[in-house]
Design a binder for this molecule. Structure first.
Ligand SMILES: Nc1nc2c(ncn2[C@@H]2O[C@H](COP(=O)(O)OP(=O)(O)OP(=O)(O)O)[C@@H](O)[C@H]2O)c(=O)[nH]1
Ligand SMILES: [Mg+2]
Length: 329
């Protein structure tokens, strides 16, 4: 637990309300403190989440994923500028699922995000898994809730594409942007990583390099192969950008707006958010159950049940049922 978190844990109840109120007003230190509580899996989280619940549901969550070095942070920073020009309050969550510590990649991000560091309408946080139960899958939605309550209109979540994490990020976002770059053998990689199923918007970045058109064509071809689209379905657009010069970024914002409008019009937005919450609730419930199961080592109830199975009074399934009922009663 961070010092700050330990401090609020000691001070207890009233401080959570105060912290949430300050975060709601967009005070950066309060927002940072709340996200630290999430990262640390603080015992105060239950209270924090209860206080945040009525303040959330407004922010649009955009996931940005792609292979290492493809230009996610550069694109994210350029998107922040474009969104700020439109008067939006923006949150950025850089999630690094590969390391339990904030590593070099995130340091690099800080440099790329520097131009936004003094903007009070931009909140930027890096998050590492710190190895706690459930990891980032569990922490990300809670950190998103903090940024949502802080009045962010849009939250950009950058995740390095390392297999499973891409799918995880997709399940946390309303809209998922998949980044590719020419000359990385991306086409084949994309197919392998299941990236073709998760993108709502595809961006071929580094379009100043040779091969961008070929990459876009190949991607277009691969997307049309698996096509089983009905009329009215969303067809993911492919946008070419040079993120380092902010070229094409307005087109990306337009594509994001169009996708969001489609999500709302079709009711898919509600479906996606509900699916996300179902997963989150299930994860929390399973964690709670597992914790209670963990407490059973040395618990007499198990001995008693085992004896009854030995005595032929119960079969193991019925014994397990009794145990589970006892745990949730
Ligand atoms: N030529 C060119 N270089 C770019 C472009 N966009 C980003 N870069 C460079 O590509 C490198 C990687 O960019 P990042 O934005 O850090 O990429 P990333 O995907 O966030 O990388 P990780 O977080 O490490 O996975 C940097 O040196 C950028 O300056 C572009 O459009 N053209
Ligand atoms: Mg990055």
């Amino acid at each position: 637990m961070s010092q700050a978190a330990a401090g609020s844990a000691r001070r207890g109840h009233g401080d959570v309300a105060d912290l949430v109120e300050r975060a709601r007003k967009g005070e950066p230190r309060a927002v940072a403190r709340l996200i630290s509580l999430v990262e640390d899996a603080s015992p105060l989280l239950r209270e924090v989440m209860a206080a945040l619940a009525p303040l959330t549901g407004r922010a649009v969550v955009v996931g940005i994923t792609g292979a290492p070095g493809v230009g996610k942070s550069t694109s994210t920073s350029a998107l922040v500028s474009a969104l700020r020009r439109r008067g939006k309050r923006v949150g950025v969550l850089a999630v690094d699922p590969s390391s339990p510590f904030s590593g070099g990649a995130l340091l690099g991000d800080r440099v790329r995000m520097q131009e936004h560091a003094v903007d009070r309408e931009v909140f930027i946080r890096s998050m590492a898994s710190r190895g706690h139960l459930g990891g980032l899958a569990w922490a990300t939605p809670q950190a998103l809730r903090v940024l949502d309550a802080a009045g962010c209109d849009v939250i950009l979540v950058e995740t390095v594409g390392v297999g499973q994490s891409e799918v995880e990020i997709a399940s946390n976002a309303d809209t998922t942007v998949v980044l590719l770059a020419p000359g990385m053998g991306d086409g084949i990689q994309a197919a392998k990583a299941g990236i073709l199923e998760i993108g709502d918007v595809y961006v071929v970045n580094k379009a100043d390099r040779d091969g961008a058109d070929a990459t876009a064509r190949e991607l277009n071809h691969m997307l049309s192969l698996g096509e089983r689209r009905q009329p009215g379905d969303w067809r993911p657009p492919i946008v070419k950008t040079v993120a380092s010069r902010a070229e094409g970024v307005d087109e990306v914002v337009e594509a994001l707006d169009k996708h969001h409008a489609w999500l709302e019009r079709t009711g898919v937005l509600g479906q996606r958010r509900r699916a996300r919450l179902r997963e989150e609730i299930e994860a929390i419930a399973l964690t709670a159950l597992r914790e209670r199961m963990g407490d059973l080592h040395g618990d007499q109830r198990l001995d008693v049940l085992a004896d009854r199975v030995v005595a032929g009074e119960l079969d193991p399934y019925a014994a397990a049922d009794e145990l589970v009922e006892g745990l949730t009663a």
